[in-house]
Ligand binder design. Structure first.
Ligand code: GLN
Length: 378
């Protein structure tokens, strides 16, 4: 058969987590917590199952959950989304991204992405015949020169994918970035896919610059969120997509055929859990402590830490340790030192090796300290 995705291999997250298991290494590679979620939440799932909510949820998501999401979004961003026509519950952020791209991208459409980029964007664009236009961000700050972005625009530019807080670099978009983006896209029909799955994981009192805060962007944006990150439940694969009614209508045409609807008892549980904001408002502080703890531990190592303003990832340069390729270095780190990480080159389309690896710090403090002990020997 002729591959639709030639050159695409098994994702780096699967590869690294598998190696971590094989070599019994501490797994700071794939982004997921190694501690339990709130037992109140699992009790709510059990209750929903016992109460008999075990059949299909409505196609766009449980109404009570969509209403709770609308309320949460309004509290956070002072903007309204209509639960009936503008909110769709998805099987995680991944399915929301896939569905939005499937609904919008036609062969020949160009999509601008900022690299390093989360690994599902480019292959999904290509699957629907789209062309990826990459803007390469540079360490240590991974900031965007919007004049350079403008140079990527053509008559075929259909969409820009944003991701703030950013995986893998932990950088965030500033108000100036957003204002530059508004100026650039003013009077165009370019759409935005704003991957905001780390919206709550933002540090040092900084404010998340959601596209939802800016009416001119909101009206052209799909916003993607993930309950995996909010509730420490990445394995539940639940999230949602917010978009104006016209865009949501197209989104749902695809959604109804690529999944139809998602896990019903968990939607009941989440609806009953997040309607009490106290259940999640401490999350930035929780992860900020982990970031600070992990950074203080690594300060005693030879790794050079990059800034981390958001997400649960800490990037570090090993350029004064080794000049190996980052893929080779991270494999050696697993085999010889017992710590699994992600080589940041995996987030670029073209070979780009800045000698930087990514650590996930969504882990027990004990896991982080045990990993740091090993990393101090590198
Ligand atoms: N988003 C997670 C990460 O960046 C992993 C998701 C996945 O395994 N596909 O590590």
């Amino acid at each position: 058969i002729q591959s639709k995705l030639p050159g695409v291999n098994t994702t780096i997250f699967t590869v690294m987590s598998k190696l971590a298991t094989e070599y019994n290494a501490i797994n700071l590679s794939q982004g997921f917590p190694d501690y339990a979620c709130d037992p109140k939440l699992t009790e709510l799932v059990t209750k929903a199952m016992k109460d008999g909510f075990n059949q299909y949820a409505p196609m766009p998501g449980l109404p009570a959950l969509r209403e709770t999401i609308a309320q949460k979004v309004e509290n956070l961003y002072q903007t309204k989304y209509n639960p009936d026509t503008e909110i769709t519950v998805t099987a995680g952020g991944t399915q929301a991204i896939f569905t939005a791209l499937a609904a919008i991208i036609n062969p020949g459409d160009e999509v601008i992405i900022f690299e390093p980029a989360y690994d599902c964007y480019a292959p999904t664009v290509k699957l629907f015949g789209g062309l990826v236009k990459s803007y390469a961000l540079a360490p240590p700050n991974y900031s965007i020169d919007w004049e350079m972005v403008k140079k990527l625009f053509t008559v075929n530019t259909r969409m820009i994918i944003l991701n703030s807080p950013h995986n893998p670099t932990g950088s965030i978009l500033s108000k100036d970035d957003i204002e530059a983006l508004i100026k650039l896209t003013h009077n165009t029909d370019i759409l935005i896919l704003s991957d905001e799955v780390y919206e709550h994981l933002i540090y040092d009192e900084q404010k998340h610059q959601s596209v939802m805060l800016y009416p001119e962007l909101k009206e052209r944006s799909f916003v993607v969120a993930s309950f995996g990150k909010l509730l420490h439940t990445t394995g539940w694969k639940l999230g949602y997509c917010l978009a104006p009614a016209k865009l949501t209508a197209e989104f749902r045409k695809v959604h109804q055929f690529n999944v139809f609807s998602v896990n019903s008892p968990m939607q009941h549980a989440i609806a009953n859990y997040i309607n009490q904001p106290d259940n999640y408002t401490g999350i930035a502080q929780f992860f900020q402590q982990k970031r600070d703890y992990f950074r203080s531990l690594l300060a005693e190592s030879r790794f050079k830490l990059l800034p981390c303003n958001g997400s649960y990832f800490q990037c570090a340069s090993y350029s004064n340790i080794s000049d190996e390729k980052d893929t080779d270095f991270s494999i050696r780190l697993i085999k010889e030192f017992g710590v699994a990480t992600i080589p940041v080159s995996a987030f670029y389309q073209r070979a780009t090796d800045h000698k930087i690896i990514r650590f996930c710090f969504a882990k027990e403090n004990l896991t982080l300290s045990m990993a740091a002990e090993k990393l101090k020997n590198v």
